[in-house]
Design a protein around this ligand. Structure first.
Ligand code: AP5
Length: 217
């Protein structure tokens, strides 16, 4: 049954890999603020121009900009029955803003799905990540394209994300995720939203099966 879900975890945990499939199964749109911001950067919009410096450094884009962007997105008709959030909320003020938006819709967050992955594995996953222009995510060892460096679907060259450099990843994990984003999980524990802890280690199929078992259709 559609509802409002959040997939939560450190950078590189596999949120963007798992969320499209899970959202399709739950019959809700997958709303990823990182993807939305990257589209703004690519399109050179005023928001993209403002966000780019923060993103390249691995820092968070200011709350007011991201909250407004997310608010507009969840007001679109396809999100009326619910959605799967990926990458938002990233700070406690963002969570409070989301709670208020959901209260106005009369339905709180149904569930927080926490992908549990070690820091060591996160670094391994991010250091091999390759992305296609259409958003498809690969890994050079764990999930390689059929032809090295080329997207299977559209034949375009694969790219590395500018924020996947080792020093930026360290900032994203330690200074941003641990310090600013982990408190969002505590916020939802305190307000009593159901949390499902998913072991995010193992293959993508292993993790997908655990997510399916946690949220049966
Ligand atoms: P965002 O795009 O949200 O990045 P993130 O949360 O850091 O997460 P990632 O996309 O890095 O990782 P993921 O968990 O999706 O992993 P993936 O599936 O790709 O945000 C980017 C930036 O935008 C932020 O730093 C910030 O500047 C800004 N931003 C976004 N939202 C914001 C907000 N709310 N507020 C403020 N700023 C915001 O997998 C990683 C790799 O591992 C891939 O190569 C994949 O193939 C591989 N992999 C996945 N699963 C497995 C597995 N089970 N086994 C082996 N390999 C696997």
């Amino acid at each position: 049954m559609p509802g409002a879900y959040l997939i939560f975890g450190p950078p590189g945990a596999g949120k963007g890999t798992q969320a499209p499939r899970l959202a399709a199964r739950l019959a809700v749109p997958h709303i990823a603020t990182g993807d939305m911001l990257r589209a703004h950067v690519k399109g050179n919009t005023p928001l993209g121009i403002e966000a780019k410096g923060y993103m390249d450094a691995g820092d968070l884009v200011p709350d007011d900009l991201v909250v407004r962007m997310l608010g507009e997105r969840i007001a679109e008709p396809d999100a009326a029955g619910g959605f799967l959030l990926d990458g938002f909320p990233r700070t406690v003020p963002q969570a409070v803003a989301l709670d208020q938006m959901l209260a106005e819709r009369g339905r709180p967050l149904d569930c927080v799905l926490v992908l549990d992955v070690s820091e060591e594995e996160v670094v391994r996953r991010i250091s091999g990540r390759l992305v296609a222009k259409n958003g498809r995510i690969y890994h050079e060892l764990y999930d390689p394209p059929k032809v090295p460096g080329i997207d299977d679907d559209e034949g375009l060259p694969l790219e590395r994300r500018p924020d996947d450099e080792a020093d930026v990843v360290r900032n994203r994990y330690r200074n941003v995720y641990l310090a600013q984003t982990l408190p969002v999980r505590e916020h939802y524990q305190q307000v009593g939203v159901r949390e499902v802890l998913i072991d995010g280690m193992g293959t993508t199929d292993d993790v997908a099966a655990r997510l399916d078992a946690a949220l049966p259709a």
